[in-house]
Each structure stands twice: as C-alpha cells, then as structure tokens.
Design a protein around this ligand. Sequence first.
Ligand code: GAR
Length: 209
Amino acid sequence: PLAVVVLISGSGSNLQAMIDAQHRGAPFRIAAVISNRADAFGLERARRHAIPAEVLSHSGYPDRESYDADLRQLIDGYAPGLVILAGFMRILTPEFVAHYQGRMLNIHPSLLPKFRGLHTHQRALDAGESEHGASVHFVTAELDGGPLVTQAKVSVLPGDTAETLAARVLAHEHIIYPMAADWFAQGRLQLGADGVPYLDGTRLESPYL
Ligand code: GAR
C-alpha cells in the first residue's frame, strides 16, 4: 500500500473517511497524521487507530518559511507517496508546494473555481446559488487554485443555513476524497507534465463528476 501522511487542523472527519477506506481495503496506509493544533480532534481519531499523531504548532515560528521547512522534514520522515490536506487551515509556501508537486491533494468545500478561501457555505447562500459542493484538487502555489480532480454537487435547499449546507457537503466530501486517494494510490490518477490531471490516461479538462 502507498504510504500517505494526512495534515489536519480540526475535527478530522475527512481523515476518518480515509481511515475507514483503509480498513475497507483501500490501497493506501496512513503512515502519520500531523496537526498544527494540539487540540485538533482528528489527533484523537488517529490515536484510536494506532496511527502516529504528531503536533507541529505554528506558534513560535517567525515566518511561514521556517514552519514549512520543519513541516516538510516531519512529513518526509514518513516517506509518503501522497500528502493529503484534510482541513489543514494554513497557507503553504511556494517552496513547500513545489516539493510535493503532483503528490499532494486538497479538498475544498465549494465548487471551485467558485468560493476560494473561507466561509464558502455562507457565501454560496448569499450568492443565491442553487448548487454547491466540494472539490478535490492537486495543490499548486495558487490558494485553492490547483487542477481539479473531482467534484461532488449538492442542491441548495429552501431553508438551508450555512450549517445544514456544510453538513450535506461534508457527507459528499467523505465519499469523493477517499475515492480520489484510492485512484492515486492505484496509479490511476496523476498530475500530467502539462499541469492537468489524468485519470486512467484520460486528460481531465474538467473535473470528474
Ligand atoms: C472540510 O469541509 C474541508 O473541505 C475544509 O475544512 C473542513 C474540514 O473538516 N477545508 C477547507 O476549508 C480548506 N480550505 P474535517 O476536519 O472534519 O475533515
């Protein structure tokens, strides 16, 4: 199985979906979970499954470069073939991103390129969107701007709040993110030299839906 390192900052429900997929026989092995916050509940999820759980707090670091250099060293100690960002709420330096080019995935709670950044669910409601969702993408230096692998769409329903919409989107994240990690671990998904993802040799000009 492919060694993966999962980076988190919070609840880690997407991490849990990866753990569940591993237990169902997915072709990857979570070698470690790393959080920038000591109170992230996802660390507890990792410990429950005897997965090494590391904290690298960003407090005390003078700049992003020095934090990211230490983070890279910590990650590479586990020699992962894939790095999975799962609610890791930090902006990454271009050097860090370049080091993991083609082997780092992120999930973002919107139908990118719509609603990069924070508060995506409220912003989708405020914009009067009829559809919303989540996107899995390879990470590039552009924040939430990397090439899209797959998306899940949900309808915005009358009476939705940011909370109800977030919950509906999150349930779909738990399906598409392990699916994309599984593709990558099987060697079915790559980032092409042209900067576009390929799935089973097919160029994904638009995300797999
Ligand atoms: C998820 O909704 C994920 O898409 C989002 O944070 C949540 C983490 O939940 N990520 C981002 O907003 C990245 N910019 P989780 O900790 O329960 O997996």
